[in-house]
Design a protein around this ligand. Structure first.
Ligand code: NAI
Length: 207
């Protein structure tokens, strides 16, 4: 199910609520107030209530939220209640670090395939994930993999994305620092440490 008219900012905050809730679950906590949840995420408590209001009735006024049920509901909204398989393309420095990172599992992600163009990397394994020839991207269609992580050089990004779209990929997390075009049905989220870093000095007070 996709909810209508939910602001992107709300969707952006949901994984942060989830991260806080998962931590509390690990600590054996049972309930939480919207103020506590707000403090965990760094927003105001009214914002927490407003964010959840888009999805129906969560929690009990004056009491708060049951952590387990709220976790379940947020996972369901984000479609993380089922294992989400992802493929990585570009197993270089960044791609290999992504493959080696175990923190995606908590959210139900399984990086189930990796691809590269370099014959020296093809056939090797990182974190037990085999690096396959990028010419085999079309096999994703039959492997129930809907998501891709793009970590190829910028000049290879568009052609790789075109191949991913042909292979039925519906969502792309893009590290390659360039603009790409995709059909409307495909969602692209870009991560760019460099441009985030480039706006940081602006906020720094100078003497
Ligand atoms: P890298 O050169 O170590 O890795 C790139 C990998 O892509 C190599 O293994 C190469 O063989 C492979 N490759 C090249 N063409 C390909 C193709 N057509 N199909 C499949 N694989 C292909 O580079 P690094 O440092 O890992 O960076 C990867 C990308 O991520 C670059 O575009 C870089 O600019 C970007 N980057 C973005 C960051 C961010 O914050 N957004 C941070 C660091 C890197």
């Amino acid at each position: 199910m996709r909810y209508r008219k939910v602001p992107d900012e709300t969707v952006r905050r949901l994984p942060f609520y989830l991260r806080g809730l998962l931590l509390l679950l690990q600590q054996g906590r049972v309930g939480i107030s919207s103020q506590e949840l707000a403090d965990l995420v760094g927003v105001r408590s009214w914002q927490v209530r407003k964010d959840f209001s888009y999805f129906g009735e969560f929690g009990t006024p004056g009491v708060g939220y049951g952590i387990e049920s709220l976790t379940r509901q947020i996972k369901k909204i984000l479609k993380l209640d089922v294992i989400q398989k992802a493929a990585l393309v570009g197993a270089g420095n960044l791609g290999s670090a992504v493959l080696a990172y175990t923190g995606f599992k908590v959210y139900g992600f399984d990086i189930a395939a990796a691809f590269d163009i370099d014959p020296r990397k093809i056939g090797r394994k990182v974190n037990n994930i085999l690096i396959e020839d990028v010419s085999k991207l079309n096999t994703l269609k039959h492997r129930k993999i809907n998501l891709a992580i793009l970590a190829v050089p910028a000049d290879a990004a568009q052609q790789t994305v075109d191949a991913l779209v042909r292979a039925g990929i519906k969502g792309i997390l893009k590290f390659s620092p360039c603009y790409i075009t995709v059909p409307r049905k495909v969602k692209v989220i870009s991560i760019d440490i460099a441009t985030d870093l480039a706006r940081l000095p602006y906020y720094i007070r100078t003497r």
